[in-house]
Design a protein around this ligand. Structure first.
Ligand SMILES: [Fe+2]
Length: 341
C-alpha cells in the first residue's frame, strides 16, 4: 500500500459519520425485539398502528370523497356504482396513477405520518429521507368492467444488483383480511434471491420496462416451492404499515369478498442515495403534480393524463383538488431542500 493511499484513506475515514446502523437484512443485524426482526427473517413485516386508527379512517373517508368528487355518480354506499362509468381510471391491480392523485392532501398526510417516517428512519438509520410519489391503490371487489387481476409474482430489484437495497411500503386504510385481496408475499424469498439468480442467470427474462423488475416464471415459482417457501397474504387493519424488502417475491391478489381496499404506497430512501440530478427531476415532478414509481429518487416520472375508452379522459385533473399542506418535515421528503443552490 502506498503512502498516498494510506493518507487518502485516513482522510476519508475522518469525514465519514459514525458507523451507520443501517439494517443489512442479511441475517447479521442485531435482534431488535420488534417488527424489524420479522423483516430480517421473513423479508416483510407489519408495523401495527403506524397511523392512529382515527386518522386512518379520516384518510379513507377523504379517498371516498375524492372518488365521489369526480361527479360521475360513484356512491360509497352503493358499490354497484364501482365501475368505470362512475370512477376515474383505475387498473385491474387497483392502481390509480393519474389525476394528480399522488399529491392529494390525503396522500401526503399519510406519507407525513410520524409512525410511517419513523419506521424507515429506523431501517436506514437516517433521518434525511425522501419519499416516492407512487400510485394510490383503490380496489373495489367484483369489478366485471376491467380485466381480471392475474398473479404477476415479481421482485422490484435488478438481479444484477444483489443485497438489501430498497424497502417498499404501503399504508393500509380499510380492514384487509385473508380474502379481501391485497399484498401477498413469498416468506423468506429475499434471503434466497442471490442463490436463485445464480441458478437462473441464463433463463430468458419475462419482458419488463425496467431492469429493476424481475418476473418469476413457472420454473422460478417451482424452485421457490421446492425451497420450502410459502406464499402468505399479508392481513392488516386500517393504519397498519406493510413493509417488504424489494427482493421478496410479491404481487397482489383480487378480493373474494365485498370489502374494498384502499392503500397509499410509501417508499422512502436516504437522500444521500439520490444524485442532485435526481433531486431536480423529483422537484419538477412535484411542481407538475405527477407521480413516480416506488423508487423515491424519481428516476422515472409519470403523467396525469389518464385514458378512458382509448382517448384522453375528459375528467383528467392536472393538480390536486386539495393541495397538500406540507409540514417542514414533509417538505424535506420532497427532496427540494437538499438541492444545492
Ligand atoms: Fe412490486
Amino acid at each position: 500500500m502506498s503512502t498516498t493511499t494510506t493518507v487518502t484513506e485516513q482522510a476519508a475515514a475522518s469525514v465519514l459519520p459514525a458507523q451507520s446502523k443501517r439494517m443489512k437484512v442479511d441475517g447479521t443485524d442485531p435482534k431488535f425485539g420488534d417488527w424489524r426482526d420479522d423483516l430480517v427473517r421473513d423479508g416483510f413485516a407489519v408495523v401495527k398502528n403506524a397511523v392512529p386508527r382515527d386518522r386512518a379512517d379520516k384518510y379513507a373517508d377523504a379517498m371516498y370523497g375524492w372518488l365521489e368528487g369526480f361527479g360521475l355518480g360513484f356512491d360509497r354506499n352503493d358499490l354497484s356504482t364501482a365501475n368505470k362509468d362512475h370512477l376515474p381510471t383505475i387498473n385491474e391491480k387497483g392502481m390509480c396513477l393519474n389525476y394528480a392523485c399522488t399529491h392529494e392532501d390525503f396522500a401526503w398526510a399519510v406519507r407525513s405520518e410520524p409512525g410511517v417516517i419513523d419506521a424507515f428512519e429506523k431501517v436506514y438509520d437516517d433521518s434525511d429521507l425522501i419519499v416516492s410519489f407512487d400510485a394510490i391503490n383503490v380496489t373495489f371487489p367484483n369489478r366485471k368492467d376491467i380485466a381480471p387481476n392475474k398473479p404477476w409474482p415479481h421482485q422490484d430489484q435488478d438481479p444484477l444488483k444483489p443485497g438489501f437495497r430498497c424497502l417498499q411500503g404501503l399504508v393500509n386504510l380499510l380492514p384487509n383480511g385473508p380474502d379481501d385481496g391485497g399484498l401477498i408475499v413469498c416468506r423468506g424469498g429475499h434471503a434466497l434471491s442471490e442463490e436463485f439468480h445464480k441458478e437462473f442467470i441464463n433463463e430468458p427474462r419475462i419482458p419488463a420496462w425496467t431492469p429493476e423488475w424481475f418476473g418469476f416464471t413457472a420454473e422460478g415459482m417451482k424452485w421457490l416451492e421446492e425451497k420450502g417457501c410459502v406464499w402468505e397474504k399479508v392481513c392488516a387493519e386500517p393504519g397498519d404499515l406493510l413493509l417488504w424488502d424489494s427482493r421478496t417475491p410479491h404481487y397482489n391478489l383480487p378480493s373474494k369478498t365485498e370489502q374494498p381496499r384502499f392503500a397509499i404506497y410509501t417508499c422512502f430512501m436516504p437522500v444521500s442515495h439520490a444524485s442532485q440530478e435526481d433531486l431536480v427531476r423529483k422537484k419538477h415532478a412535484f411542481e407538475r403534480w405527477v407521480g413516480t414509481t416506488h423508487w423515491p429518487n424519481a428516476r422515472h416520472t409519470g403523467s396525469n393524463v389518464a385514458k378512458r375508452d382509448g382517448v384522453e379522459d375528459p375528467h383528467n385533473r392536472f393538480e390536486p383538488v386539495t393541495k397538500p399542506a406540507l409540514s417542514a418535515r414533509a417538505f424535506k421528503l420532497t427532496g427540494i431542500p437538499y438541492i444545492s443552490a
